[in-house]
Design a protein around this ligand. Structure first.
Ligand code: AMP
Length: 277
């Protein structure tokens, strides 16, 4: 596996790959890699000749600086996992490779129709940070395909929309959510959870499946929100929305094209999950 920490060095490697007419899949991550990330790498390997994983903890997408400072960093372990998974290239850019003039002097990309709800509403500026960094990573890596997880479903839709709006020449491949044995969605933030908190966190997916299987979903949302409160889980949102437009579909007759989204804090750890209805 080749590791590049400078855009100038990556760029030379990309030129050679392109000269040899090889296709590239990009898996952008923030590191602290787990089986969810590795499943994306596996998909990428099947899709293209060369798989690039990027690890960049993007300060611009954190609305809470404490959250940014505490984000788990495990580069040595990540490198080992990627080597074992036969990743071709790891790109770990320095901040100046992504934002040479600082984020605030960089051109920002703001998606306009999907970002005023869910995480977009609760984390102001988050998706502008995400879109901007993903566009830069796509351009720097020259990727033909990008693999993104359904775990961050709103992010997946927002990036797809950005790619469409800006005519970026790249194909989006979506990947299913990989879960812990207690059905908790794997997340880098799970490494902050104690054993007790891990147990509590499993209530998030139980809530989603409880609502999915209920007859009166409105009533069940109220009931299960109360249950979460009793377990000291602070809800950011628990909402049913259209799986393409993210419009609220709580009052629709069938939930055929809907997804159920949750974001909640266990103490100060924010977790998200979603399932198809
Ligand atoms: P992150 O490092 O959290 O920014 O995530 C990098 C990519 O991995 C994103 O496309 C996520 O949606 C995806 N991802 C994160 N957790 C999971 C999971 N449990 N299953 C599948 N994909 C995931």
């Amino acid at each position: 596996m080749q590791i590049y920490t400078k855009y100038a060095d990556l760029s030379k490697a990309i030129q050679e790959i392109k000269t040899n007419s090889k296709s590239i899949s990009l898996v952008p991550t923030m590191g602290n890699l787990h089986a969810g990330h590795l499943s994306l790498i596996d998909i990428a390997k099947q899709q293209s000749d060369i798989t690039i994983c990027s690890i960049f903890i993007n300060p611009a997408q954190f609305n809470d600086q404490k959250d940014f400072k505490q984000y788990p960093q495990t580069l040595e372990f990540d490198i080992e996992k990627l080597k074992q998974n036969n990743t071709n290239i790891l790109y770990v850019p320095r901040i100046q490779d992504i934002y040479p003039n600082g984020f605030h002097k960089t051109t920002h990309i703001t998606e306009k129709t999907l970002t005023n709800v869910l995480c977009g509403k609760h984390r102001p500026g988050h998706f502008t940070g995400v879109c901007t960094v993903v566009a830069i990573l796509i351009n720097q890596t020259g990727a033909d395909k990008i693999v993104l997880g359904e775990k961050d479903y709103q992010q997946l839709l927002v990036i797809k929309k950005m790619i469409w709006d800006l005519s970026i020449q790249i194909q989006v491949i979506k990947a299913p959510t990989i879960r812990h044995e207690n059905n908790l969605a794997l997340s880098s933030r799970n490494s902050h959870l104690s054993l007790q908190q891990l147990k509590t966190a499993s209530l998030l997916n139980k809530t989603l499946t409880g609502i999915k299987n209920s007859f009166d979903k409105k009533q069940e949302i109220i009931k299960l929100s109360e249950m979460l409160k009793k377990h000291k889980i602070k809800l950011d949102y628990l909402e049913i929305r259209d799986n393409k437009t993210l419009k609220n579909t709580i009052n629709s007759k069938t939930y055929k094209n809907s997804r159920l989204f949750i974001a909640a804090f266990i103490d100060n750890i924010r977790l998200i999950d979603n399932i198809r209805l």
